[in-house]
Ligand binder design. Structure first.
Ligand code: BGC
Length: 813
């Protein structure tokens, strides 16, 4: 008689009594041939995964490393047909959770179930309704990642993750395809809303908090897109040429932190090539760096249809090919049979997948309710959203609205048609969303009805007349801003106490944004709206606040002087309107700060000259129509981009090269003031680590939280260094006026080190280091120096990912 001994030994998973009983039952069923259809596997003893692998046929092995394919509801018919051809239905497992992105193959005779994976970073993405079913399956649209990073609050992000993961569990999904942690290399990347920051330290901390939060439910995450996937244009074929130092310090760092601080169940490799090799086929990336250097122990999956050569992906350590197609299974089976692929490599990949499957809710037989606590999660999203909104300007203390402000005018299309999140796989099917106007009304303010009627009628007509979509997965074509003439503004100013103007932007998967009016720049009607409304209201002594309902950075320098206040609301999830109103009326004191810089003009961005890269083959037959994602998947055009700015991305560039910005990294205002004092170091010399403490006091009149940032300026003898780099941050609790809090940070050798490519090592150079505690990257409040007596090799890494060509990198020397 053969028995499985099943052990869920991931500490994150607390097996309660119910699950233990289930495991016992499963044990009995499997151990008693005749009672079950399950064919008894060989004696498994203590090591179930190895035993299962040993019991698998070659066909089963080639099947389990390839997903079950994908159906594309709503895709244009040509695209659907092409996809169906690539991914015919294999078994019935694809529809376990309708609308999920994919499933793995089951091997029923060995007791291995399919597991379900679903997007995405801002909340679970599944179909909200199902045929012949009256129930609904809505999920919470949480704030986008850019907003979450702007909270600088890892505990809050962890709580958002817990709530998100609960929906994953209760809707029967095993792995969430998120968080996304690519770096905001350029403000125009269409998916920046899914990513956290231009800074790898913020990115890594946020991602780790999110992964730990989601996975505390006993479900998995897949951190994506690994790696250097910083543009959407030609994303399936873009060869990213980048130095190893820039990779290690900027583009890999956040992933490394997420692995060491949260050990996610899986990693998703990206579509692009890195220095000539597809990420999914890149042994350096997926084995040398991810596993050997960082100790990753989960499995790697491709992005959807990513990579080209199934066998090369297996060898590189890309364990699972998603969504999977039978051609890949055949290629793997053939390669094993002909000896081209060592079966040991396949077994290794299978083991990694099985390790996770054995931890999954589906394997554990978790009985999901399809009823997560959506009301409770709405409260979490509302709070998280208001904590990550950034007050960019507050002239004459325009905000919060005083008690005299009872009736407001809401200008701007998106005051009525709020954008809760970006488009593509990162979009969530939520039950409702609160518009700005809805939020203002909920907060007890009256919103001018004539203006509302005008906008509502305009939006209805404009939406009826517009093309349905810009392409597969893209959002709807935006409605151009209503031009409101001066007569209307003149009549409305007399019946309202203040004006709000909302500026909206949306973007998403498959597209990058453009440096043009109506996208990075304001459109002419938006500019006129800000100018005319501000002029008219100011003439009457009334205030104007601009709300930025955007997913990525836009131009602000040319118009920011005009309105009284600017609140960067980001795309804040389904409660966006309520969260904005909480700040406008002073129920919440804003405490968000920027995790990405706002440049003066697009040309100032260090990657502006080469973003998003260029097509390297000009065969017109291969040219997909703009936005045709399916074409892009099937027949991508060869393209490349060189990261000439090297390590100087974001504030590392602006501060080192003294390029002024409109709003700097780390910037954000509050309704109160803070004083920093008493900076002290554990020692004037660095030993193995160093503690740093600072006192922060609320010196204003309103309760508030302050985000404190620790920057380090390092000596630069052999390796050049940016002027400063973020190495720590903390957020105070809600401080009452007069209250203080001490924040303490610990620096390790790694925080002092830079990557020396020649030595393949992180090296801290001897000399004097300066700690700069700031309210932003420019508002440094206190500094102190310490010394390092001799050069320190902090960590040796595998030499990896070298560019094949010489890169002319930006240098400050
Ligand atoms: C996206 C991934 C997503 C996957 C599954 C891809 O197109 O790039 O982020 O997880 O689809 O929906």
């Amino acid at each position: 008689m053969h028995c499985y001994i099943l052990k869920a030994d991931n500490p994150k998973i607390k097996i309660d009594m119910e699950k233990r009983l289930y495991l016992l039952l499963l044990f009995i069923l499997i151990c008693l041939p005749g009672l079950t259809q399950v064919k008894a596997p060989p004696q498994l003893g203590k090591d179930p995964v190895n035993k299962i692998v040993a019991a698998m046929t070659a066909e089963e092995k080639a099947a389990i490393v390839v997903g079950t394919g994908m159906r594309m509801p709503g895709a244009p018919s040509e695209a659907s047909k092409a996809l169906e051809k690539m991914s015919p239905v294999v078994g019935q497992t694809r529809d376990l959770v309708p609308g999920a992105a994919g499933t793995t193959h089951a091997i029923p005779r060995l007791g291995i179930p399919s597991i379900v994976v679903a997007d995405g970073p801002a909340g679970l993405r599944i179909s909200p309704t199902r045929p012949n079913d009256n129930a609904t399956y809505y999920c919470t649209a949480f704030p986008v990642a850019t907003l979450l990073a702007s909270t600088w609050d890892v505990d809050l992000v962890n709580r958002v993750g817990q709530a998100m993961g609960k929906e994953v569990l209760e809707y029967g999904v095993d792995i969430l395809l998120g968080p996304g942690l690519n770096i905001h290399r350029n403000p125009l990347c269409g998916r920046n809303f899914e990513y956290y920051s231009e800074d790898p330290f913020v990115t890594g901390k946020m991602a780790a908090a999110m992964v730990n939060g989601v996975e505390s439910n006993g479900v998995g995450t897949s951190v994506k897109h690994f790696d250097a996937n910083n543009a959407e244009t030609n994303r399936n074929s873009l060869n990213t040429i980048v130095s190893e130092r820039a990779l290690r310090e900027i583009y890999l760092k956040g992933f490394g932190m997420a692995v060491s601080e949260a050990q996610p169940w899986s990693v998703m490799s990206s579509y692009n090539l890195i220095n000539g090799t597809y990420a999914a086929e890149n042994h350096d990336l997926l084995t040398n760096v991810l596993r050997n250097d960082w100790g990753f122990s989960g499995f790697v999956m491709t992005d959807w249809f990513g990579g080209r050569d199934a066998v090369a992906m297996m060898v590189a350590g890309n364990d699972l090919l998603m969504p999977g197609n039978p051609g890949q299974t055949k290629a793997i089976l053939d390669a094993v049979n002909t000896g081209k692929l060592d079966v040991k490599v396949l077994d290794r990949n299978i083991s990694r997948i099985l390790n996770i499957i054995l931890e999954s809710p589906r394997f554990r037989g978790y009985v999901y309710s399809n009823k997560p606590d959506l009301n409770g999660h709405a409260r979490i999203t509302r709070q998280a959203a208001s904590e990550g909104m950034v007050l960019l300007k507050n002239g004459n203390s325009a905000l919060p609205f005083s008690d005299e402000i009872k009736k407001v005018a809401a200008f701007g299309n998106t005051s009525y048609d709020i954008i809760t999140g970006g488009t593509g796989s990162g979009d969530v099917n939520e039950a409702y969303s609160i518009s700005l106007v809805g939020g203002l009304q909920n907060a007890g303010l009256t919103v001018d009805g004539n203006l509302s009627d005008l906008y509502e009628a305009y939006l209805k007509a404009a939406k009826a007349g517009r093309p349905r979509s810009r392409g597969f997965m893209a959002g709807s074509v935006p409605v151009s801003e209503l031009s409101v003439n001066d007569d209307i503004i003149n009549s409305i100013v007399n019946v309202t106490d203040a004006a709000i103007i909302t500026i909206g932007r949306n973007s998403g998967e498959g597209f990058d944004r453009k440096d043009v009016a109506g996208d990075f720049e304001l459109s002419a009607p938006e500019r006129m709206l800000i100018e005319s409304v501000s002029r008219t209201y100011h003439e009457k002594g009334k205030k104007v606040a601009v709300i930025l309902n955007i997913g990525g950075v836009i131009e602000t320098a040319s118009w920011k002087e005009i309105p009284d206040a600017i609140l960067l609301a980001w795309q804040a999830g389904q409660e966006t309107g309520n969260s904005i109103a909480d700040i406008l009326v002073g129920k919440v004191n804003p405490s968000g700060k920027l995790a990405s810089s706002f440049p003066v003009k697009y040309r100032d961005v260090p990657s502006a000259a080469n973003f998003p890269g260029k097509v390297t083959a000009t065969d017109q037959n291969q040219k997909p129509a703009e936005g045709d994602m399916m074409q892009a998947f099937m027949r991508p055009r060869p393209a490349e981009v060189t990261y000439e700015e090297g390590i100087y991305s974001g504030y590392r560039y602006y501060t080192t090269f003294k390029v002024p910005v409109s709003y700097e990294f780390g910037f954000g205002l509050s309704y109160t003031d803070f004083e920093y004092s008493g900076l002290r170091l554990g020692s004037p010399r660095f030993g193995r680590s160093l503690t740093v403490s600072i006192d922060v006091k609320n010196t204003g009149n309103t309760d508030g939280k302050e985000i404190v940032q620790l920057y380090l300026s390092a000596p630069s003898k052999n390796l050049e260094k940016p002027l400063l780099e973020l190495k720590g941050f903390g957020k105070t609790r809600l401080l009452k006026p007069g209250d203080s809090q001490t924040l303490t940070f610990t620096l390790t050798g790694m925080d002092l080190a830079s990557f020396d490519t020649g030595a393949s090592s992180w090296i801290a150079e001897k000399g004097t280091y300066t700690i700069k505690i700031g309210a932003s990257s420019e508002a440094i409040k206190q500094s102190a120096a310490f010394s390092l007596g001799k050069d320190l090799t902090v960590k040796k890494e595998s030499p990896a990912l070298h560019p094949q060509v010489k890169i002319k990198e930006l240098s400050a020397r």
